[in-house]
Design a protein around this ligand. Structure first.
Ligand code: EPU
Length: 338
């Protein structure tokens, strides 16, 4: 276990926002978490678990003990007639893990290619893209309790996955460190191609039965065309969730804005495209200070260079106010503001 002080978090958050961790501990194993729990000073101090930093807005220095999860390892742990079970350390980069599964001939995660962040953060957010959510491929995870130091294995039910949501954002927030995640990849593999942009790729290329690698390449191309690469332009992916409303609320909005992009959900509710609403309010390409709205996708807030967290928060609030003013809908941010 390595304990460091005065560590800049700028390289460790995908927005590239400045903040300093007074104390940072690198976690390479479950035993490292237990060493923190048993430590005379660190044990009692408030803690903040940092994964890939792709879902946070840092607005200040961190007085908490920052636990930077760096557990590595990837393996096929089990194969049955109906599935491959693969496991990865929480500190593994998500996209590299997805690419690795395909190289091993273990398909099933390709629709979620290029999502920034780490494997350990994937269940927290229940990440998802192009028709698949993490919960659709989840088997179980290992975590260490930050109070008792006990290791536990959690199955899907306990994780309470919802749209960009899980128990780790609620009752278990700050309570445990996820160290490993296992995925169930169903056999035989079947492509998930229902998403409009993937259907477009099939039509363009004339390929109606793509391989897993082909789907992976399509997803990467679609994302690269409209989402900024955090290595070049600081961002945290979609900044707001797509709001879910009742059919009555939707009808009311359609009455005023017939063009609004919306998707009926299986439970009867309706999901509205937040990006469309922000775009309709004229935000695309606009900035407040050094924080701006991405030119190709209004749902993404970007760091135009040297931004600080409060500029991102100010811009986000201004967007929320104008969307509320026009549509009567309160947009909820996806990233955690710290
Ligand atoms: N739209 C606009 N203007 C914009 C942005 C979007 O008119 O500036 C319209 C689009 O034309 C489209 C609709 O809004 O008709 C929805 O946009 P898009 O298909 O790009 O998807 P999204 O709803 O914006 C969601 C996820 C993404 C995920 C994609 C693909 C959320 C908050 N976002 O985006 O997830 O990659 O679907 O599945 O659910 C993330 O969470 O960080 C993320 C990138």
């Amino acid at each position: 276990m390595q304990i460091e002080s005065g560590v800049s978090l700028k390289p460790y958050n995908s927005f590239g926002l400045p903040a300093v961790a007074h104390t940072l501990v690198r976690i390479a194993s479950d035993a490292d978490v237990r060493r923190v729990v048993d430590h005379p000073q660190l044990g009692r101090a408030p803690k903040f678990v940092l994964g890939g930093g792709s879902n946070i807005v840092l607005t200040r220095d961190m007085p908490q003990v920052v636990l930077k999860v760096e557990v590595t390892g990837r393996a096929l742990v089990r194969e049955t007639d109906t599935a491959w079970i693969v496991e990865a350390g929480a500190g593994e980069n998500w996209h590299e893990f997805v690419a690795w599964t395909l190289a091993q001939g273990l398909p099933g995660l390709e629709n979620m290619a290029l999502i920034p962040g780490t494997v350990g953060a994937s269940p927290v957010q229940n990440i998802g893209a192009y028709g698949i959510e993490l919960k659709d491929r989840f088997e179980s995870l290992d975590a260490v309790d930050l109070v008792t130091g006990r290791s536990v294995t959690l199955a899907s039910g306990i994780c309470a996955f919802g749209y960009r949501d899980s128990v780790f954002k609620h009752s278990l927030a700050g309570r445990s460190v996820i160290t490993r995640v296992r995925f169930r990849l169903p056999k035989p593999w079947q492509p998930v191609l229902g998403y409009l942009e993937l259907e477009r790729k099939m039509a363009e290329t004339g390929i109606s039965a793509p391989s897993p690698q082909q789907v992976f390449d399509w997803v990467c191309a679609i994302r690269r065309a409209k989402l900024p690469d955090p290595a070049q332009v600081g961002n945290a992916g979609s900044f707001f969730k797509n709001p879910v409303v009742t059919p009555e609320q939707c009808r009311d909005i359609i009455g005023r804005d017939p063009e609004i992009v919306h998707y009926p959900m299986p439970d009867g509710s309706v999901k509205l495209a937040a990006g469309w609403m922000i775009d309709a309010c004229g935000w695309k390409g606009k900035s407040i200070g050094r924080a701006g709205v991405y030119e190709k996708q209004a749902l993404v807030i970007v760091n135009r260079g040297g931004a600080i967290g409060s500029e991102v928060v100010t811009l986000a609030r201004a967007i929320q106010e104008s969307v509320y003013g026009r549509f009567g809908i309160r947009l909820e941010p996806e990233p955690v503001v710290v």
